[in-house]
Design a protein around this ligand. Structure first.
Ligand SMILES: NC(=O)c1ccc[n+]([C@@H]2O[C@H](COP(=O)([O-])OP(=O)(O)OC[C@H]3O[C@@H](n4cnc5c(N)ncnc54)[C@H](OP(=O)(O)O)[C@@H]3O)[C@@H](O)[C@H]2O)c1
Length: 333
């Protein structure tokens, strides 16, 4: 791949900052970098040993770049992605705005990179969906899947910078026995568990739960029966998921382990005898999806249980986006 001219919209946010780190870690050949946010506010961010000024997206000339990572908000993606694409920019969008648009591919490189075609706007799925489909895809390919029931344990960084600050502040306040008003979630998140992420919809499921269902179906191009319960927990980084999978055939555990161990993007961490299981803190700052607690259901011969953990800011957001660009290297030979 030749040197790329790259823009990051939302460069001061959690995902934007992680994109910068992942580009450095994976040595994406960045020749020029434009950092964008609502406005510059005189902020500077260091990348590759240089300090780069943050610019306002309002005055961006999109002809300056080949690739743009969008990690800002739905309104920002709606406003700026079509304009960037019109100028020939390949946009990898982390917001949910375009995800269910039939004209926009929704991509996890381990699963469906080929769906990109010649699209200029490419959507990256929700963080909880990405780790789920990476774990499910090899099982789907080798055994077939009839249904999935997933319960998530989602970190506050999935909500953004303000939620990380809120957990920190509330935790300190709680331990100091000082009253701290909840600021991001409707009730305190410190030392608590919120049995919902996102808004409730008319059917009593939340938006996050529907994202897990609909995005998985779009990525697999299959109306797979996925039901979800999305839960917010007081963890800073990494989402965990307890996943029940019904295969099309009886579970053959050694084969299941073998398939998962040889699948792209997965690290099997599963030695209960020595206490080796996937945990959010161990999986933080890693690019792989950790899979463990692999066991058959007690009552259903086709039922399989897994525990799936991944860093929501890296594989759930930044790494997935950077991998998409790596997978499109032919565009910039
Ligand atoms: N956190 C995750 O795990 C995760 C995972 C997958 C997808 N996402 C999605 O990624 C996006 C960013 O999330 P985040 O967690 O990084 O949020 P965040 O920490 O709150 O950061 C948001 C960033 O976007 C910028 N921004 C917001 N509105 C903007 C606008 N209208 N125009 C230009 N810049 C704007 C902010 O800059 P200013 O400070 O200048 O406003 C900031 O740099 C969201 O769409 C989110 O849904 C997040």
């Amino acid at each position: 791949m030749r040197g790329l001219r790259v823009a990051v919209l939302g460069a001061t946010g959690l995902v934007g900052q992680t994109i910068l780190k992942v580009m450095e870690d994976r040595e994406l050949p960045v020749e020029q970098l434009v950092l964008l946010a609502t406005d510059g506010k005189g902020r500077e961010i260091s990348f590759g040993g240089r300090s780069i000024a943050v610019e306002s997206v309002e005055s961006m000339d999109w002809r300056r770049v080949d690739v743009a990572f969008f990690a800002a908000s739905n309104p920002a993606s709606q406003r700026w992605a079509p304009e960037a694409a019109r100028h020939g920019v390949t946009v990898v969008d982390k917001s949910s705005f375009f995800r269910m648009d039939p004209a926009v591919p929704l991509v996890v490189p381990e699963v469906n990179l080929e769906s990109v075609g010649d699209a200029r706007i490419i959507a990256s799925p929700n963080c909880s969906t990405i780790q789920l489909v990476v774990a499910l895809n090899p099982l789907r390919q080798h055994f077939g899947i009839q249904r999935v029931i997933v319960s998530t344990y989602q970190a506050v960084s999935g909500t953004g910078r303000d939620a990380v600050d809120a957990l920190d502040r509330e935790s300190r306040g709680y331990l100091a026995e000082e009253a701290v008003e909840p600021s991001v979630y409707p009730v305190p998140i410190a030392f608590n568990v919120l049995p919902y992420c996102d808004r409730f919809l008319d059917d009593d499921y939340t938006g996050e739960e529907w994202k897990l269902t609909r995005e998985t179906q779009k990525i697999f191009d299959q109306p797979l029966a996925v039901s979800a319960t999305a839960v917010r927990v007081p963890v800073f980084v990494s989402h965990s998921e307890s996943v029940y999978v019904e295969l099309e055939d009886n579970v053959r555990l050694p084969e299941v382990r073998d398939v998962l161990m040889n699948a792209p993007g997965i690290r099997v961490v599963d030695d209960p005898g020595t206490g080796l299981v996937p945990t959010p803190r161990a999986a933080a700052d890693q690019d792989l999806v950790w899979v463990g607690r692999i066991r058959r259901d007690l009552h259903h011969p086709r039922g399989l249980h897994l525990f799936v953990v991944a860093d929501n800011l890296r594989k759930g957001a930044a790494t997935n986006a950077v991998q998409i660009v790596e997978g499109l290297a032919h565009r910039w030979r």
